[in-house]
Design a protein around this ligand. Structure first.
Ligand code: PMP
Length: 360
């Protein structure tokens, strides 16, 4: 063991940093980004907003990010006010702040895996012990099964990813309610992909009133196509927001980020116009992959998990050879692909057809 490994906290020793392989290929459908660049009028509004704060960068930004949080609250609706919304540099930072406040040494967090791989990693980095909850063979999670797992482990924090990454499927509110009833801890519903959900899918935001232990985490990285700006947020009881103030670094959200995010929210309708196009490509992927005889998980997100592959690593590699990068999420026989533009999605499907024919 090296000197630094010896000094490192034991739970971090030997761990790999999170990171999808980034390869310079023409079609990149591996990180569930929004494939559409910001339209010119939105870009111009953001440039103007950023320009206006540049001269004031000698001063620290609004520590409370009050105006931005008010804008986020009105975007979310559901009667939420600024005191029930918190913002940070990406929803990963939101999740980290939640664990800094509610997890930590001697405490546990449980998630129903396969789910977002950062949930266990952020748990480890905050000294929170991780409990691997499970799903059934179809990656489904019933209300009874979820409640039984919670009662068996009594975690301090429960992560529910809905729509779930990497499977794509959203959970019914009956499952979330059952988890809340069974749990005595904080229930964090990670809704990073909420805007892409199929018609009729209800957000956990509708459950917030009267449930002070419920937190809904969101991001501008996906539907808003704003991943590079780093803006995540949560909605919860005002007491949860107060707890975030105890752990956040002072001035954690730069004046540039706050200005850019507010300008983007001011153009929400234009930015969210890509959601319908992306959903179409998602539904196209679901039907065309099924038509190829593959197993396909129902998707409420901007990506699709497909399986029934004899050698998923070989398929992944052959797609890269054809200039298409998708994600091997470590589930044997399955791969995950982001819904891109019609051209990107078509290029992926064409390449996959070739690869499957070649490997048949
Ligand atoms: N939650 C889920 C389920 C995600 O898939 C991601 C990004 N891949 C995040 C949170 C974090 O996104 P960001 O930090 O960009 O908001």
């Amino acid at each position: 063991m090296s000197e630094i490994q010896r000094l490192l906290r034991p739970e971090l020793r030997g761990r790999q940093p999170y990171g999808a392989p980034q390869l310079d290929v023409p079609v990149r459908l591996n990180t569930n980004e929004n494939s559409y660049p910001l339209p010119d009028n939105v870009a111009a509004a953001i440039e103007k907003a950023v320009f206006e704060v540049v001269r004031g960068l000698n001063r620290y930004p609004d520590r409370e990010a009050g105006a931005l949080r008010a804008d986020l609250a009105s975007y979310l609706g559901h009667g939420l006010g600024v005191e029930r919304v918190w913002a940070a540099n990406g929803s990963n930072e939101i999740l980290q702040q939640l664990l800094q406040a509610f997890g930590g040494p001697g405490r546990t967090a449980l998630g129903f895996t396969p789910a977002y791989s950062m949930h266990p990693l952020i748990s480890a980095s905050t000294g929170t012990a991780w409990i691997d909850g499970g799903r059934d063979a179809d990656f489904d999670l019933s209300a009874t099964d979820a409640a039984e797992q919670i009662r068996a482990h009594r975690p301090d924090v429960v992560f529910v990813c809905s729509p779930n990454n990497p499977t794509g499927t959203a959970l019914g509110l009956d499952v979330i309610s059952s988890i809340m009833d069974a749990s005595e801890g904080l229930v964090v519903v990670d809704e990073a992909y909420a805007e892409f959900a199929r018609e009729g899918t209800r957000s956990a935001l509708t459950l917030l009133d009267g449930h002070p232990r419920l937190v809904v985490s969101r991001t501008m990285s996906k539907a808003f196509g704003f991943a590079g700006a780093r803006l995540g947020y949560l909605a919860a009881d005002a007491a949860v927001v107060d707890a975030m103030r105890l752990v956040r670094l002072p001035y954690h959200l730069s004046a540039l980020t706050q200005a850019a995010a507010r300008a983007a929210l001011g153009q929400a309708d234009t930015l969210l116009a890509t959601v319908a196009a992306i959903r179409d490509q998602r539904d196209r992927l679901v039907s065309e992959l099924a038509a190829l005889g593959l197993r396909v998980a129902p998707s409420d997100a901007n990506f699709v998990l497909f399986g029934g592959l004899a050698d998923s690593s070989a398929v992944w590699r052959s797609l890269v050879d054809r200039g298409v990068l998708i994600r091997d999420v470590g589930l044997d026989g399955w791969l995950r692909v982001t819904a891109g533009t019609p051209t990107e999605t078509g290029a992926f499907l064409d390449a996959l057809r070739e690869v499957l024919k070649e490997q048949a």
